[in-house]
Design a protein around this ligand. Sequence first.
Ligand code: SF4
Length: 257
Amino acid sequence: MAETTSPTKRSPRKWLLTQNSDLRRIGVYNWTLPAFVVTLPDGSNFNVCPQAGACAKLCYARVGTYRFKNVLAAHIRNLLLCRDSPKEFEERMTEELSHRRYEGKWIRLHDSGEFFSDEYLLTWMRIMDSVPAVGYYCYTKEVSRFKRLVENQQPDNFLWCYSLGGKEDHLLDLETDRHADVFPDLEALISAGYSDQSESDLLSVLGDSPLVGIPANRIKHLLKKQGQETFGSLQRAQDAKLAAKNSGAPRELTLAH
Ligand code: SF4
């Protein structure tokens, strides 16, 4: 017997934006890409986080549920859509965000992944302009890209927080640029003078203090690797090591600083 489809039955809508339990609690929706270097279906590799530095070895989005086959496949589909079909991505995302379920809500861009190109960042800024009833925020390590393309010309509904642990940390003024650092625990972030955002991720962009502290994810082997360091301190050590190598300075002279 031939299969029939009821004319009234519609296939369920496929949303591009999702919510994990933490973000659902505060009413935020999320756009996710894979983290760091990912192997695509055609066998090529692509770095979604070009400025990732010390963070890459401690990234929660490179372990656990993010690596589940179906989860990673969905994130790769997102990447291929926005990277390879930017026009279609812009149209679909603009249409989705115009749905009433997003009105007055916040969208977090990239709990994993980054603004991997100028074109992709500019696409998002056009989407933000087209759907002003929605708020958008992100953490980013793409410091030079943001300073060049976003700072002082951002859409009114876009907020961001730089995050330490990337190759461009040195471009930030840690006193004035809003930024986040990941600490081994709550006590460490408070004693460093940072403000805890655990209660709501939105505090990263809406909180009074521009110094945003994040207690490290409770993933045992990553905690062990991080030790008492922060993502920022690990990056500074990595930068110093590289500078010493490039200048050819003897190791003991570098350590004397
Ligand atoms: S930039 Fe973010 S998502 Fe990318 S490797 Fe670093 S911590 Fe992970």
